[in-house]
Design a binder for this molecule. Structure first.
Ligand code: FAD
Length: 518
């Protein structure tokens, strides 16, 4: 049976969207899928918090608006920025009503400060804001009988006119790997929502979990959906130098907001010379300065000195960071933390309008996989959880209206073909997939990372093209596996990102090419 709505991704955006639709319209049938378990994705790792103007004595939505525009370096859509900062309070109140707790000071929300913000306005829960929000959303989403949750179900491709004899520029659902059934199934839907998160895994060093492989972007690319601003990849300035269980661990910007200071191996506080906002300059500036220091000093990190933050504050406000550092023999606040930049956030993505509709009818994109116009050339810290909440709400309202419009018949959906490839293999051992993934990550890190050059981009384009040809061959000769599915998306997005990067002729926000004058 055709579902009303298929939601692909269970981070803050997909979960919030599903709750909103189910609450507004209990008759709507929704299927919500996630690639691995329902919790895995960028949301659960968000440490810092959500940017919302709460202290109206000192702060204003106008200031938040201006800070967002300054960070976005001329590429934000001011109309979008305006409604996002204005709708922030309603969305936060809703989260609180649903049961999310945030830290308080003297009975009021404790507001943190992060880079690029002119006032303290980051609402947080210790250094576990994303986890706290996601747990509440998961409990709530499970309470609706009209939502079916399918974990371990992986989007492969969108179903579009390409699979039909009728040409309506429309999306009709998706082909999805069911790991349970060990096959590729067809899920037809009147509306399909991509909430598949970012693609940090394109880089060797990323704060994102390994599921962040840009699958929604890859599927949208193959469906010829317009994608904007892909080369605007934000690198977080301060990831811990050491990996934990093979994963990069983030040291939230809120640590610098609380008094942490960056210095190089010569104990020089280099950010004082680099920008008037010093350690709290926007992320692009801090990440570039750190990378420069590392290259100039031939070092493998810079240092984050948190000795001004009292031990009690470390333990209460940043317990995860405190304990993680302790487990590595870094005793806070005494010892400095070795930090390096890491790929963190995709400012670009699937181009959507103010209701999160893509250019393909019936296909919406929300959260990190979308390009709404909020972030421009650089996301302001803690604006992404906010964007996900605001656009999930707007998309939900729009989808309910959309469902009231004339739709293809149930009989039409039945005519859409089953998956016609070789099928799925659980046995994830195709030779070369892991090697090609690593090779791709190295190329992206070396040539399409924080600093780029024309020559490096051209070389990257050629190498990525070669990998693309090899991946296509593997895809044609083998049954699809999870890793091959991810690699196919990663190489497509790396190709498009690098192509778009070559078309950019000036440096703005997070984008920096040494050969450009600005
Ligand atoms: C370490 C870290 C710290 C951060 N801190 C902050 C912060 O303090 N404040 C802030 O505003 N932002 C922060 N961010 C960014 C923010 O967390 C993310 O942008 C946001 O959570 C993205 O939410 P989402 O719903 O778009 O996607 P995600 O939470 O990434 O969820 C993606 C979902 O899509 C699913 N999925 C992916 N591919 C497929 C597929 N092929 N098939 C089926 N399902 C699929 C995944 O299983 C997952 O359920 C941080 C990010 C990281 C990594």
């Amino acid at each position: 049976m055709t579902k009303d709505i298929l939601v692909i991704g269970t981070g803050i955006s997909g979960l919030t969207f599903a709750i909103k639709v189910a609450e507004e319209n209990p008759k709507t049938s929704l299927t919500l899928i996630s690639k691995s378990d329902i919790k895995e994705g960028n949301t659960r790792y968000a440490q810092g918090g959500i940017a919302v103007v709460r202290n109206l004595k000192k702060d204003s939505t106008e200031k938040h608006f201006q800070d967002t525009l300054v960070a976005g370096d001329g590429y934000c859509d001011p109309k979008v920025v305006k409604f996002v900062v204005e709708e922030a309070n309603q969305r936060l109140d809703e989260l609180i009503k649903w049961g999310t707790s945030f830290d308080k000071k003297e009975k009021k929300l404790d507001l943190g400060k992060e880079g690029g913000h002119s006032e303290s306005r980051i609402v947080h829960y210790k250094d576990q804001t994303g986890k706290q929000i996601q747990e509440v959303l998961i409990t709530k989403v499970k309470s609706f009988s009209n939502i079916t949750i399918l974990e371990n179900h992986t989007l492969v491709d969108l179903i579009t006119d390409h699979h039909s004899t009728i040409k309506k520029n429309r999306c009709y659902g998706a082909y999805v790997i069911s790991q349970e059934r060990e096959e590729i199934i067809k899920i037809t839907a009147k509306i399909t929502v991509l909430s598949t998160g970012g693609a940090g895994s394109l880089y060797a060093h990323t704060t994102n979990p390994s599921v962040a492989t840009g699958d929604g972007l890859g599927a949208a690319y193959r469906a010829k959906v317009l994608m904007n601003h892909l080369p605007y990849v934000q690198f977080h300035p301060t990831a811990l130098k050491y990996k934990i269980d093979g994963k990069v661990f983030l040291i939230t910007e809120a640590v610098r907001g609380a008094g942490g200071k960056l210095c190089n191996s010569a104990q020089d506080r280099f950010m004082l010379k680099a920008d008037p906002r010093a350690d709290l300059a926007p992320r692009d500036i801090v990440a570039r300065e750190i990378q420069k220091q590392i290259q100039e000093q031939d070092a493998d990190s810079v240092w984050l000195d948190g000795s001004e933050i009292p031990k009690m504050e470390w333990k209460s406000r940043f317990p995860t960071i405190y304990n993680t550092c302790k487990s590595l023999g870094i005793n806070l606040p005494k010892d400095p933390i070795p930090v390096v930049p890491a790929a963190h956030y995709f400012c670009g993505g699937i181009k959507v309008n103010k209701h999160s509709e893509s250019e393909l009818k019936g296909l919406y994109a929300i959260g990190e996989c979308s390009a709404t116009g909020l972030h421009g050339a650089n996301r302001l810290a803690s604006n992404s959880l906010l964007e996900a909440l605001v656009f999930a709400h707007r998309a939900a309202i729009n989808c309910i209206e959309f469902l009231g419009k004339p739709m293809p018949s149930e009989a039409f959906y039945k005519t859409l073909p089953e998956w016609n490839g070789d099928g799925y293999s659980k046995n994830d051992t195709i030779k070369n997939v892991q090697r090609l993934r690593k090779e791709l990550q190295e190329i992206m890190t070396t040539n399409v990372g924080i600093f780029k050059t024309n020559k490096g981009l051209k070389q990257a384009q050629e190498k990525i093209n070669n990998i693309y040809i090899k991946v296509q061959k593997l895809y044609n000769q083998n049954k699809l596996t999870n890793s091959l599915c991810e690699l196919r998306n990663m190489v497509s997005i790396a190709y498009l990102l690098t192509k778009q990067a070559q078309e950019i002729k000036e440096n703005r926000g997070v984008f920096y090419n040494h050969n450009h004058a600005r």
